[in-house]
Design a protein around this ligand. Structure first.
Ligand SMILES: Nc1ncnc2c1ncn2[C@@H]1O[C@H](COP(=O)(O)OP(=O)(O)OP(=O)(O)O)[C@@H](O)[C@H]1O
Length: 563
């Protein structure tokens, strides 16, 4: 079991983290400033309460009227409740907005990545970043900022008034409190590091779970359930251990502060008593100083607790930014699925590759070396070669999913590059070897990525062309029957034929099929061949295959081994 090392948890430093955090908060600055302003008002109200109390004591000592100071105190208490309620509402809403924004940015980026970016992440880990890590940012605003801003402002107000009342008493008690504060502060960065590590392990747990679910039947039939369970439990324990370490630092923060506060309070009472006795400090001032000290302790504790919440949230920030830093297509905004209607039933694409070479990152052996080919426009070009000879890689390069290291692909004479790939995608249909079926109905799967809702007759034609009519008529709701996430209620051959039907419904100018008959029986293969023969005059078909029948039906064959 691999572990995640320290190098995966770079210590960015508080400034870098604050900058990163601000990039997410900035769009909601008005709500946040409103929340902070309300915090300031709330802090002012809290700080004013001991002053009102001092007025009441003065009135008692001097025999004055209580009515005014009492009603002022009542009004302050009431407004405190209202202001803190509104402030929480504003910041909680801002927190929800931030999470939504982060999720929008994450999915908006991920969906427009190049293939090379997908390979850098595990699928389950990406899901955890969009789910778990994005949610963690909410706590920065909902718990952290609400409490931290109120706490800091109350603290500042209390400090100013305490300095005015008795600077000597204040500086002595502050010195003791400050030592405890400095010690607690050092714990905060440790909390971020441990929280980030815990999140990394949650990501690894999700990725491992995704891996098991993806091959569930293999797991069961290989008798690997216990081993896989242990692996998942180990991931959960790794996250738990990091969480425990964060909790330990978190738990130590408050007691250290409380110890300092209690020590300082003893000094306030001792030294304050001496100063009242010597006449250096009046009794009402001493009482309000003690009250201010009481006002000061909770914000410090709450402020530090809020900082620990923020530190935990920051533990997710780096993981979110890793995803956002991956380059996405520049025009990652509009997604017009399906071929451009202008190309519908238009001429077949001209597809040529000139001297292309390609290696996968980290591999010393090139998969493709100086390869040139030209597909037959309006015909079938079959790519042949042994397993691992690079057929799929070539198909990916021909439709712009991968960029060759050397050489170029030309579509209709124009060089295919990341800028033109969207245009190419608009008239291309690609059928993967794995023939993925999406959660939804058969109809939704057939029309996925099809620009126009096809006429029912067209659907029925394509379904019958691929020999799917009987399969679909057996399903409870025909075309509107539901298939599950992995299409497991369909056979491999049925999945493959539905994927091909989907591609044909796009009416592409360039149809790319990766081993389209790998899971199809002889009768259905013959059916597919005659369909392709019929349709290929309208499109350029490029397919990879190991099957001789399919190769024999092609207008041209290209052997990857060069024979
Ligand atoms: N993402 C990847 N990273 C590194 N190497 C890869 C990657 N994908 C494929 N390869 C390697 O590149 C080579 C060509 O793979 P490719 O899938 O193109 O072969 P293929 O001819 O389509 O094989 P098959 O007939 O088995 O489908 C193989 O050696 C494979 O191991």
């Amino acid at each position: 079991m691999e572990t995640l090392t320290d190098s995966q948890f770079p210590d960015l430093g508080p400034q870098a983290r604050a900058r990163e955090l601000w990039s997410f908060l900035e769009p909601h600055r008005l709500k946040i400033f409103a929340g902070v302003a309300l915090s300031a008002i709330g802090a002012g109200i809290s700080v004013a309460q001991p002053i009102a109390m001092m007025q009441i004591i003065n009135a008692a000592l001097q025999g004055g009227g209580f009515a005014t100071p009492l009603s002022v105190l009542g009004a302050l208490l009431l407004s405190d409740v209202v202001v803190s309620g509104v402030q929480s509402w504003v910041l909680l809403r801002a927190g929800e907005h931030v999470v939504l924004d982060v999720r929008k940015r994450l999915v908006g980026n991920i969906l427009f990545w190049r293939l090379s970016s997908y390979r850098r992440f595990r699928r389950g880990d990406l899901i955890a970043r969009v789910g778990n890590d994005a949610s963690n940012l909410r706590s920065i605003l909902s718990d952290g900022t609400i409490e931290a801003t109120g706490a800091v402002l109350t603290l500042l107000g209390a400090i100013v008034l305490m300095v005015i009342i008795d600077p000597v008493l204040f500086s002595t008690s502050l010195a003791i409190f400050a030592v405890a504060g400095i010690i607690s502060w050092t714990f905060l960065s440790k909390i971020t590091k441990e929280a980030e590590e815990a999140n990394q392990y949650v990501g690894a747990l999700s990725a491992d779970l995704d891996r098991v679910l993806g091959g569930f039947i293999t797991v069961i039939t290989s008798g690997m359930q216990s081993k896989e369970r242990d692996r998942l439990v180990t991931r959960a324990e790794q996250s738990w251990r990091a969480g425990l370490r964060a909790a330990t630092w978190d738990a130590m923060t408050t007691p250290v502060l409380l110890f300092g506060a209690n020590l300082a309070l003893l000094v306030v009472f001792g030294l304050g008593g001496v100063r009242v006795a010597s006449g250096a400090l009046g009794l009402p001032e001493f009482v309000s100083f003690v009250l201010y000290f009481g006002v000061l302790i909770p914000p410090v504790i709450v402020g530090f607790q809020a900082m620990t919440t923020i530190q935990r949230g920051l533990g997710s920030l780096h993981r979110i930014n890793e995803v956002l830093d991956e380059p996405a297509a520049a025009d990652a905004v509009e997604d017009d699925s399906g071929p451009n209607p202008a190309f519908t039933r238009a001429r077949p694409a001209k597809v040529a590759a000139q001297n292309i070479s390609f290696s996968y990152p980290g591999s010393e052996h090139p998969v493709l070396k100086d390869l040139s080919m030209e597909a037959t426009p309006g015909g079938i070009t079959a790519i042949l070669g042994s397993s691992g000879s690079g057929k799929t890689t070539l198909l990916h390069i021909l439709c712009g999913l991968e960029d060759p290291e050397a050489g170029e692909v030309r579509i209709d004479g124009a060089v295919l590059n990341p800028a033109s790939v969207k245009e190419t995608n608009s008239f291309t249909a690609f059928v993967q070897q794995e023939a993925p079926i999406f959660w939804g109905t058969i109809r939704e799967n057939l029309t996925y990525g099809v620009h126009h809702i096809p006429h029912e007759d067209d659907l029925i034609d394509v379904v019958s062309l691929l020999g799917l009519s009987e399969t679909i008529s057996r399903l409870p709701n025909g075309l509107d029957s539901h298939v599950d996430d992995h299409g497991v209620s369909l056979s491999g051959g049925e999945r493959q034929r539905i994927s091909i039907a989907r591609a044909l419904l796009r009416r592409p100018r360039m149809l790319i099929l990766d081993e389209p008959t790998a899971q199809v029986d002889a009768a259905n293969e013959a059916r597919l061949i005659s369909a392709l023969k019929k349709l290929s005059s309208q499109m350029t078909v490029i397919l990879s295959t190991h099957r001789s029948t399919l190769a024999d039906a092609a207008d041209q064959t290209i052997n990857m081994e060069g024979d």
